[in-house]
Design a protein around this ligand. Sequence first.
Ligand code: CA
Length: 505
Amino acid sequence: MARLYVKIKEKDNVAVAVQDIKAGTRITEDLTANQDIPQAHKIALCDISAGKEIIRYGVVLGYAIHEIRKGDWINEHMLELPESPSLDHLEYGTNLVEMENLPMPKRTTWMGYRNQTGPAGTRNLLGIVTTVQCAAGVLQVAVEQMKKELLPKYPNVDDIVAVTHPYGCGVAIHAPLAEIPIRAITNIIRHPNFGGEIMVVGLGCEKLTYSYVLPQEDITKENVLTLQDYAGHDAMMQAIFEMAEKKLQKLNKRHREELPLSELLIGMQCGGSDAFSGISANPSAGYAADLLVRGGATVMFSEVTEVRDGVQMLAARCVDAHTRDRLVEEMKWYDKYLAEGGVGRDANPTPGNKAGGLSNIVEKAMGSIAKSGSSPIVEVLSPAEKPTKHGLIYAATPASDIVCGPSQVASGIGLQVFMTGRGTPYGLAISPVIKVCSRKEMKAHWFDLIDISAGAVVTGEATIQDVGEEIFDMILDVASGLKKPYSDQYGFHNDMCIFNPAPIT
Ligand code: CA
């Protein structure tokens, strides 16, 4: 018989139900469910008095508000959230796993589009970036037509992408925090999947002029196009077509070549998590991250509010004091950002997370961090910055799926691995997204939307290593253009909701 619950660490006093458990079910010799326990929710393994610790992952998730009896269902209303870990005096470098102790990947090369600098491309795309949302409608219509009329003539080009974002005008462009959205747009223009071909479309009167996002030598009539310069619809469409066709001719000469993993930059994210995410999908992705890092690749993980409660675990993995200090700086910035907005870290998790058994942000954080694997953190980035090192990178971004994605894209990821418990059709037009679910029921329900199921880890039929290797293989296959994840097969792509913490005027 398959197991009924999963306990993670010896000292845990709660476990997670593998399936719905009916009240009165005898779970083990001396443990009986006192109430119905929904799948992925917690059950008390012993009596817990009011005020005492509730422990999962060997970590205090919170304190019992009332007395809890052995066999009780524990939901989010029964825990008091502990204080956030202090950001002062965090120790660094106390948990550095040596490279030779990371698992060795079977494959150490992939097929990508080499770039002059930085990571290689996983796709060969014409990316057309707007400086302002006002140009979005025109560009989207032009791109839909060009996909039909121009793209078939250039078989080596995978797609044409209209990068339309909400920034650009009506914004306090000189506000200190405006550097975040400006950096995001600047870096997206140079995304590795765009092969160095620059095409920027502006309106003409916006605040975000070309000089904010391009060096002077790149602001040429070959690279930038201003809609207000053209007389009416037909003229502006023709101008976009002509510029795009010249770029397509150049991109069509690009070919994939065998490259070392050091030219691969992968992002990790999770969304719609449940209490299984930290047991199956995220640790499996973490194992894939370890394989990638061991093979020389760079792996990025993010989502500040979801790692904040495990910051001491991340500091212990920072390679030096500077990296730890940068981590603390990013966490403090976010604490302040939330406080100024009048909320705390308990604004996360979501109702769906809670329905999935995640009681609070501490529990979510432990699962979220698992996707980073075990390797040392070599660099910490502000939102939308590009890595300068190889290995595991912490790139600070909001946890919001639709904002974390574009931030990591701006940092240059060639592909994102996305773990989910509840399910999301999320995808990105610039970087393919592989979706990994935490439980078998999700894969059965969304059989043609979820790429990989880590559910067999929950039931004990597969190991984290098994699924980790499956994820690693799919990463290399998708990066090499051999496979398309479901979101790309259907063209399910989210908008580029870049992070703008600065004022809108
Ligand atoms: Ca997320």
